[in-house]
Design a binder for this molecule. Structure first.
Ligand SMILES: [Zn+2]
Length: 219
């Protein structure tokens, strides 16, 4: 386990006891997980560069003394991101459930960036426990889109609804309507190849979704 207070130079704060706190804090994770966080934040910077640089990340935790991926030092909970132009996205404020489409799309962009580097990503559509943060961990790798996964399916359904007005039930059940909407999304985003079997195809699709989300553009 290593100790860090920033990811590749970007500070990581903790707001669960004091919102707005920008005191440096020490976090712990495995070296391998930290290395993946570096790739994640570089993706985030690149895909959201229209907002300037990433000023800080707010997290609810990485290593936590409990069972599972957090206990192994291989998980992250994302509460909030702020960029240098003042833009934010705030899972902590339940941005996924905002009445404003642009805020939901920006949340989905952050969600999509996480899915490039982590396959087990749990968000506000997944369950009530994740209504106020996005969880990402080392489980279930490599990163592909699994139709049998409730978390992947709910993400895809929310994505199709928010970018294409698909009107899908976000129920985690990959049925024919979800398949049809997903096919439309792939076509409109010019995704070639199979996101269910190829990590590079899925990661590429997630980059395109992130770009659309940060730009508040339908597809
Ligand atoms: Zn978590």
């Amino acid at each position: 386990m290593i100790t860090f207070s920033n990811i590749d130079g970007t500070p990581v704060y903790y707001w669960r006891t004091n919102r707005g706190n920008t005191t440096t804090r020490n976090w712990n994770a495995t070296q391998a997980f930290y290395d993946r966080l570096v790739l994640w934040i570089r993706d985030l910077r690149s895909l959201s560069s229209a907002y300037g640089s990433v000023s800080y990340v707010v997290s609810a935790g990485f290593y936590v003394n409990k069972a599972g991926q957090h206990g192994a030092g291989t998980a992250m909970d994302i509460d909030h991101i702020r960029w240098s132009n003042g833009t934010t996205t705030s899972p902590l404020d339940r941005a996924h459930a905002s009445g404003t489409q642009q805020i939901r799309r920006r949340y989905l962009a952050l969600d999509a960036v996480a899915r490039r580097r982590f396959r087990f990503v749990l968000d506000g559509w997944y369950n009530a426990e994740h209504a106020d943060h996005i969880h990402a961990d080392f489980g279930g790798l490599p990163t592909t889109c699994e139709t049998g996964s409730e978390s992947d399916t709910k993400f895809v359904q929310a994505m199709c609804n928010n970018f294409m007005n698909s009107g899908l039930a976000v129920d985690g059940d990959w049925g024919p309507l979800t398949q049809s909407a997903f096919n439309t999304a792939k076509s409109r985003l010019a995704v070639t190849g199979d996101p269910h079997s190829s990590s590079s195809v899925w990661a590429g699709m997630m980059s395109k979704v992130a770009q659309k989300g940060f730009a508040n553009q339908a597809f």
